[in-house]
Every structure is written in C-alpha cells, then in structure tokens.
Design a protein around this ligand. Sequence first.
Ligand code: NDP
Length: 250
Amino acid sequence: MRGLKGKTVVVTGGASGIGAATAARFIEEGAKVFVLDRDPQGNAAILKTLPELTGACLCDVTDAGQVQDGFNEAVRRMGGVDVLVNNAGISIRHPFLEITGEEWDRVLAVNLTGVFRVAQTAARHMVQRGRGVILQTASTNGIVGYPYYADYNATKAGVIELTRSMALELAPVVRVNAVAPGYVLTPMQRAEYTDAMLEQVNRKLPLQRHAQPEEVAALFAFLASEDAAYITGHVYHLDGGELAGGLASR
Ligand code: NDP
C-alpha cells in the first residue's frame, strides 16, 4: 500500500480478532500502531505477539475518561494520530423477545456510543492537525436483518449512518469510511457458534468459508492508504458474496 510507512494508527479492540490482525497489518506496512482495548490479558498478549507495537493501553470505550486518556496517551507516544480504526464491539446472541434492558444498554454503549465517543475524540484531534482517516467496523448485520441479533444489528446500522454523516462534516480534512464484514472467524464468532453452526454457515456462503481477520485488515490498510485518497463516506462489504443474491440465493 502507498503512503502508510511512518503513519500513526490507533486500533480499538486491537487485542483480539479483527483488531489484532489490523494492528499486525499496519505494522507490516511500516506504520506505528497503538492499541486501545478493555482486556488487560489481551493487551499483555498482543504486546508479546507484536513486539513492534508502540503500546497497548487499557481502555473501555464505554468510559469517556478512559477514551480521552487512552487517546492522549497514543498521541503522546506517537506524536499524533493519522489513522483511527474504530473497531471495538460486542455481540450477544439472543431472541428479540428476551433482550433485557441491561443487555440492550450494554450493546449500544460499546457498539454505538463507544464508536461515537472514540470517533469524536479522534476527529477533534485530526481536524486540529489538518488531516486524518477514520475507519469503522460495521457489519453486514447493519445492512440486512438477521434473527437473534436485533440490538447488535441496530448498532451496526447506526455505525453506517454515523460514518456517512461524519464523512460529510469532516471533509475535506478527514476521510471516513466503514468496512462491513460478513462472517469472520474470530474469538467473537467462535464464542457464539458451535462447529455445526459454522459448517452450516460456510455451506450457505458463495465463497463457502468464513473470512479470515487478515482479509478485513487488508481492506482497512487499503482504505487508510494513499491509494484510497479519493474515497470517503462509503461502506465496503467484505462478505464472501453473502449479500449478492439476497433471498433468491438462500
Ligand atoms: P473479538 O471479540 O475477537 O475482539 C474484540 C476486542 O474488542 C476484544 O479484545 C474485546 O475485549 C474488545 N472490546 C470489547 N468491548 C470493548 C470495550 N468496551 N472497550 C474496548 N475494547 C472492547 O471480536 P471481533 O474481532 O470478531 O470483532 C471486532 C469488530 O468486528 C466488532 O465491532 C464486531 O462487531 C465486528 N464484526 C465482527 C464480525 C465477525 O464475524 N467476527 C463480523 C462483522 C463485524 P473483550 O474480549 O474483553 O470483550
């Protein structure tokens, strides 16, 4: 990718799954990377796996103070932030009729309010510096309906609209795009699907498999690079063909 060498990148949820693969990819591209994640063991592990990381800081995106402190620490350690990958998210598999108020609030707090909070913190910094790129992790669940994830789906649809609105307001200084992965084989996915369920999903997908986290990371790297300098306000599906056929293909 062009233009990533020496860039400074913050990845939220960077201790696991898509975030960890993204941190690794940006390091491979010659960027400096700082991880913000709420999981202390995950942070310790990623620092071991990726010794080239500039740092990993304990940060729960639902806590405004921790977001500001974590972001300030990233700025202090890297001298500024060029790219934000706003990726931390959670999901709970549960029928709509059984979603509790507490679960609804928890999913929204991380996936939508948390994404907003980190995005606004980064955008203020980038506007002041006169440049920047913000990339957010949406989902195909934010594009079409899926049973058992109503709260999660609502947050991902929100991330998509947040992305478009931010892109309009922050142009031409900051580019803002989202990636909407379909099924990606990460700890989040493994936690909610049995082997039989994974196999069943694989059979339904045109490409007959889950995505690897590294494939999502590659799209983030492209969208942050100079090769994507004219791209803003878009949502990129990375779904193995999942959405191509709609109902007819099921
Ligand atoms: P993982 O659970 O593997 O990684 C997510 C990381 O984010 C974990 O380290 C997690 O910590 C951390 N995290 C969770 N909540 C917070 C928080 N409040 N503040 C800071 N960090 C937090 O998930 P994935 O890599 O699968 O998911 C990454 C993103 O991709 C999410 O936004 C998800 O919705 C999205 N996505 C995933 C898909 C998939 O199939 N896997 C498909 C489409 C989108 P902890 O372990 O403590 O929860």
